[in-house]
Ligand binder design. Structure first.
Ligand SMILES: Nc1ncnc2c1ncn2[C@@H]1O[C@H](COP(=O)(O)OP(=O)(O)OP(=O)(O)O)[C@@H](O)[C@H]1O
Ligand SMILES: [Mg+2]
Length: 487
């Protein structure tokens, strides 16, 4: 769970997103509230419901970007879905409940990975031992065979009388004189094989054998999976095919297969296998359900797309999707293959541009489920300048790094940046407003030629200044026709 304070969360979001401070603050508070609720007594916590957030703002101002960055910070099961992907129960398509199943899947993966990290060291040791055993077997150095005859049923071992002693005989040919091993020879054979094994172990641990191929028993993953298709696909029916296979005694986990693979690959495969064996899957499942229910966050993007628009188009199921959404958001129990998951305390963050519709066009009950409303502001020209340079992976940084791989030094001057922002801003005004996405088109257009020629330009330096931009993107972007054509 996120231990970051709201201030810290906003600070992290600032690294990637320019402006939109209200949205950042509400997201930060919501994340922190998850942690706060965890500190309460169970009775009180049961009644503290998450304050779901609705982010509203024009296209390309950072709604989805906030969701993406939130995912990194949440440190909790987090899933971003597009509302437009779902359809009403009974219609063809994914039903709304499947988002909870997918979230549960994420939660399970998180918990399993955490646990497997805990047992990693043990699993690695076990893998090393199994690989060593396989190498020993490949070289016929099995300790069981240090003493010929040892371990064999007594009546199969041939003993030959040697003086007053009976000694085991190697080989069974009647004609060939039986090679006899005296005590000394036996001891010598043992020592020799032992030291060969020790040397093998040393070389294995030193990493000298990583590329060598070894035959080893590994789990057979190629078992064809059994699938039962319902009208909506297997997963929407909540049927656990693995459980069915186990029930029918075809547990794919039990099937092994001998494969000849490199030592390094064997180490990896076996460590995974061993890690899985060391993990108590029931415990993982329980914890994953618990975390999904209490820490889970569902980000529903494009909610405005499920608003039914008066009569036009195939809207029949949109109102239905809203009602299905409402059921999930109000709190229901969804059956997943890991068990029942209650959605009462899952945090929902929804976002939408609401261009052609208003939040008030959503069905009233659904509106009521998003008490925190945040309007994201349209971006200014000034914001565009900052978006070009400030974020950790800003567009200009990306281009600089990309061209650097060709040995071309790219530099943006302040005036150059300002000019790009101005042209993009103007283009948004004169044509369609696509927000910060316009910057991508503008930059791509600006550097189109250089991107093409860069491979032949190694060693050169390129400065993107005002003139450079004007030259390529038109004069101050004043001519709307030109802008339309250019961007
Ligand atoms: N405030 C911002 N700070 C930094 N980058 C931004 C900002 N707003 C938008 N961007 C950039 O613009 C791109 C598009 O933004 P985003 O996907 O967040 O738009 P959106 O608000 O979800 O729009 P839509 O309603 O069309 O889905 C992002 O990839 C991001 O790089
Ligand atoms: Mg978006």
């Amino acid at each position: 769970m996120s231990f970051l304070t709201p201030v810290e969360i906003v600070e992290r979001l600032d690294r990637y997103i320019v402006g939109q401070s209200r949205a950042k603050r509400s997201v930060a508070v919501a994340l922190r509230n998850r942690w706060r609720r965890r500190q309460l007594s169970p009775e009180l916590a049961a009644d503290v419901y998450p304050k779901n957030i609705l982010l509203i703002g024009p296209t390309g101002v950072g709604k989805t970007e906030i969701a993406r960055r939130m995912a990194d910070l949440a440190n909790a099961p987090f899933l971003k879905v597009e509302a437009s992907k779902y359809s009403e129960v009974g219609y063809h398509g994914r039903d709304v409940e499947s988002m909870v199943r997918d979230l549960m899947e994420t939660s399970f993966r998180i918990v399993r990975d955490e646990k497997s990290k805990e047992v990693r060291a043990k699993a690695k040791d076990a893998a090393r031992d199994r690989v060593l055993a396989a190498l020993i077997e490949d070289r016929d150095l099995d300790p069981d065979e240090d003493d010929p005859g040892y371990g064999m049923p007594e009546d199969e071992v041939q003993f030959v009388q040697d003086g007053g002693l009976w000694r085991p005989m190697i080989g069974s040919s009647e004609d060939a004189p039986a090679p006899l091993l005296g005590d000394n020879e036996l001891a010598a054979r043992r020592t020799e094989r032992e030291s060969a094994r020790a040397e093998l172990a040393t070389r294995l641990d030193a990493g000298d054998l990583e590329d060598e191929r070894v035959s080893i028993e590994v789990r057979d993953k190629s078992t064809p999976s059994l699938s039962i298709m319902g009208p909506q696909g297997t997963e929407t029916m909540g049927i656990d095919t693995q459980a069915l296979q186990e029930m029918w005694g075809r547990n794919p986990a039990d099937r092994t297969k001998e494969r000849k693979i490199t030592v390094s690959e064997a180490r990896r495969l076996i460590a995974d296998e061993e890690a899985e064996a060391l993990i108590d899957m029931d415990e993982v499942q329980q914890e994953a359900v618990e975390r999904c229910e209490n820490d889970g966050i569902l980000f529903i993007d494009e909610v405005d797309k499920v608003v039914a628009m008066g009569g036009e188009g195939p809207d029949v199921s949109r109102g239905g999707v809203q009602r299905d959404l409402l059921t999930v958001i109000e709190g229901c129990t969804v059956y997943t293959k890991y068990g029942h998951v209650s959605t009462n305390h899952i945090l929902f963050v929804a976002a939408g541009a609401f261009h052609q519709s208003k939040p008030s066009d959503l069905i009233p009950e659904l509106q009521g489920r998003f008490p925190v409303r945040v309007a994201l502001s349209a971006l200014t020209e000034e914001d565009f300048c900052r978006i070009l340079v400030e974020p950790r992976n800003s567009l200009t940084k990306q281009y600089v790094a990309l061209l650097d791989t060709e040995g071309v030094t790219l530099r943006f001057t302040e005036e150059g940046i300002a000019r790009i922002a101005a042209v993009a801003f103007k283009a948004n005004k004169t044509t369609q407003n696509i927000g910060a996405r316009r910057l991508m088109t503008a930059l791509e257009r600006l550097l189109e030629e250089i991107s093409f020629d860069a491979s032949e330009m190694s060693g050169s330096e390129l400065v993107v200044d005002e003139d450079f931009v004007t030259e390529r993107l038109g004069d101050a972007g004043d001519d709307p026709e030109l802008i339309k054509y250019l961007l």
